[in-house]
Design a binder for this molecule. Structure first.
Ligand SMILES: Nc1nc2c(ncn2[C@@H]2O[C@H](COP(=O)(O)OP(=O)(O)OP(=O)(O)O)[C@@H](O)[C@H]2O)c(=O)[nH]1
Length: 386
């Protein structure tokens, strides 16, 4: 993956970038990321599972019709009996999978389908080979290919299923008394087929993991500010509306703190743009620390403008949080000789708090906070207005 290394160094550290740098030749991520990937895979492969189930049932029924033509009458009832039992198990699994209610069962159910088909097919081959060794056994490879490519299994899971199917086949042939030379020939054919499938599955899973990491990283980059790591305006707009709807549903208030660094142009002029960037990063950290509850959101709206969105908070407490934030920047004591409101870097904060309802619109919250910020600036900066 050398093409990624060129730009990974330029993005902020994130678990996705870290994993891309580390590599994953063993098809395994760090623990938390692995959990996230597996959940994503289950979700992503749902349509594939649906398609695979339909195809499997059609093929299974078509083969049952063929059996009527090629299986000797003495063994037909057994063969059709196995086909029927497998079909019933498939139908039960399909019903549970398609309900999509029991997410934690999706993987075991998919593996159960593969194993049922594989062991059932092995059993049928063993039964017919007792009287006719020419009955095709190659269909077992179709089951393995489905495990590798059609049900969204990871390589280790597909390999485990295919090994069980191969073992079931060997046992069935031994019971049927297939000559050793034929058995070795057949097992080698199935093993090489499996090897081909496993290599393809490895490459596909590798690409799927790479795509997962890159797309998550892209999403992260698209919604975060590269200098401070805070959410950016795009992310804010999305979350603002989402939280507003949730607040509306729950009847909870939402508070918006609009923060603007005072005399930042003068700071840049006095200390240079790089020092300005470092100061913005410091402010970003303070905002991040202030957004401490899960639904809180720290944002860099652009330039030296930041926002803090707080869910389910009373107006008084929102004002206190704003005051604490203002004080935290003052306490950071970043010298600012170009400011005429303090000797250190400071910020002004406008606070608005609203419970969504018929009378209250989302734009109102932003407008109120913006008006309050304007007042904080007009009344001398380095203060909170509500
Ligand atoms: N270093 C640095 N400066 C930035 C960045 N983005 C915007 N700025 C600067 O921030 C300054 C904002 O200046 P103004 O909008 O005039 O605001 P101000 O000087 O803080 O004045 P008041 O807000 O009225 O106190 C401009 O000089 C921008 O160049 C950035 O990413 N890095």
């Amino acid at each position: 993956m050398p093409n990624f290394h060129a730009w990974l160094d330029e993005v902020r550290p994130s678990p996705y970038a870290d994993q891309l740098s580390l590599g994953f030749r063993g098809l395994r991520f760090a623990r938390a990321l692995e959990r996230e990937y597996r959940a994503h895979l289950l979700d992503d492969s749902f349509e594939l599972k649906r398609f695979a189930l339909s195809v499997a049932m059609v093929i299974w029924l078509a083969l049952a019709v063929l059996d009527l033509l090629v299986v000797p009458a003495s063994h037909l009832a057994w063969v059709l009996g196995v086909r029927f039992v497998v079909l019933v198990i498939l139908l039960v699994c399909a019903a549970l999978i398609l309900q999509r209610r029991h997410t934690h069962l999706l993987l075991p159910l998919s593996m159960a389908c593969i194993l049922t088909l594989g062991v059932g097919a092995a059993l049928i081959v063993g039964i017919v080979h007792q009287v006719d060794s020419g009955y095709p056994y190659e269909g077992l490879l179709l089951v393995s290919m489905a495990a590798y490519f059609l049900v969204g299994l990871r390589l280790s899971e597909a390999l485990a299923c295919s090994l069980v199917v191969l073992t079931a086949y060997v046992v069935a042939e031994l019971l049927a008394g297939l000559p050793a030379a034929r058995l070795i020939n057949n097992v080698l054919f199935l093993a090489f087929g499996n090897l081909t499938g496993a290599v393809g599955c490895y490459l596909l899973e590798y690409k799927s993991r790479e795509h997962f990491l890159v797309s998550r990283l892209m999403r992260l980059l698209a919604y975060h500010d590269s200098l401070t790591g805070l959410h950016n305006r795009r992310s804010f707009n999305r979350q603002f509306e989402r939280l507003w709807r949730q607040a509306q549903r729950d009847g909870k208030p939402l508070a918006l703190l609009l923060c603007d660094i005072d005399h930042f142009k003068a700071y840049n002029d006095c200390y240079g743009h790089q020092a300005g960037d470092a100061a913005l990063q410091r402010v970003g950290m303070l905002i991040e620390q202030a957004a401490r509850r899960p639904l809180d959101m720290g944002v860099r709206l652009g330039g030296e403008e930041f926002a803090l969105l707080l869910f389910d908070i009373a107006a008084d407490e929102a004002r206190q949080r704003a005051e604490a934030l203002r004080q935290s920047l003052e306490a950071a004591a970043i010298a600012h000789r170009g400011s005429d409101s303090a000797e250190v870097l400071t910020m002004s904060i406008g606070v608005a708090c609203l419970t969504p309802g018929v009378q209250a619109e989302l734009e109102q919250l932003y407008e109120q906070a913006d008006r309050a910020l304007y007042e904080a600036k007009a009344f001398g900066r380095n203060q909170v207005a509500a």
